[in-house]
Design a protein. Structure first.
Length: 255
């Protein structure tokens, strides 16, 4: 016997029962509800896993130990070059340099507040355009190169943008030019090799991009002052105005 129900208009409609649903859908209401619940749980779980993956990707690791490789252009402008010959005569000349290169590496530790301490080794080289070295003669060719060992203090400001992965930073360092040397060929064919060491300091500013959880890239401008060094050989002592400006790119990895 069919069951009926009354509507507000007074019309009677067939009452839907479990048997009716079985005939029309092939499933009992309990199974339907169970299927819907299972689908809901699966979708919710998938969404949860996706959100967790995104959260882990956005959770950039900025504190802890890190290593970094650096390289770029080394610009050494024309500057004073003191030449002291073996007889004690001192003269000042102006040297002119070509744009050179710099590369090196560093390792350090960064705290969650953006402060970092690191040790660095860097090599720089610039070729001469040629100049008159009073007391020695005309320099036809040669280069001025240095290897520096520095300790740096760096501070990264709070991140920019929605995800905070772009962070401007500033820094300063001090150390030694472990070796600064020049190989000179004079226009008469004579060659001289002079080397020395001395105190050095530097200042830097740049922008860091944390493009994954552990990897970061930097673009940086750096001023280096190693003018304390004196380059010596039997024939003479040279004191260059060694203050290059470097434009650097670096790639770092945080542990």
């Amino acid at each position: 016997m069919k069951a009926f129900s009354m509507t507000p208009s007074g019309k009677t409609l067939p009452k839907i029962t479990a048997k009716t649903m079985v005939r029309t859908t092939g499933h009992t209401p309990t199974r339907a509800r169970a299927g819907i619940a299972a689908c809901t749980l699966i979708v919710a779980a998938a969404m949860g896993l996706g959100e967790n993956a995104l959260a882990q990707e956005d959770d950039a690791k900025t504190d802890g130990f890190y290593v970094r490789a650096t390289g770029g252009l080394n610009i050494l402008s024309s500057g004073g070059y003191e030449v002291e010959t073996a007889d004690g005569t001192a003269n000042t000349s102006d040297a002119d340099y070509q744009t050179g290169y710099a590369f090196g590496g560093s390792a350090g530790y960064e705290w969650a507040n953006g402060l970092a301490l690191e040790g660095e080794i860097m090599y720089r080289r610039n070729d001469y355009n040629g100049f008159e070295a009073t007391g020695l003669g005309t320099v036809a060719s040669g280069d001025l190169a240095s290897l520096s060992l520095m300790g740096n203090v760096i501070y990264a400001f709070p991140g920019l943008g929605g995800n905070g992965r772009l962070r401007p930073y500033i820094g300063a360092g001090a150390g030694i030019v472990q070796e600064i040397d020049t190989d000179i060929t004079l226009d008469n064919g004579d060659t001289l090799t002079l080397s020395g060491d001395g105190f050095a300091w530097q200042a830097m500013a740049g922008l860091r991009w944390q493009f994954s959880r552990r990897w970061r890239a930097r673009v940086e401008a750096r001023y280096f002052d190693g003018s304390d060094a004196a380059l010596t050989a039997d024939a003479a002592t040279l004191r260059p105005d060694y203050t290059p400006l470097s434009v650097l790119l670096s790639l770092g990895y945080g542990f």
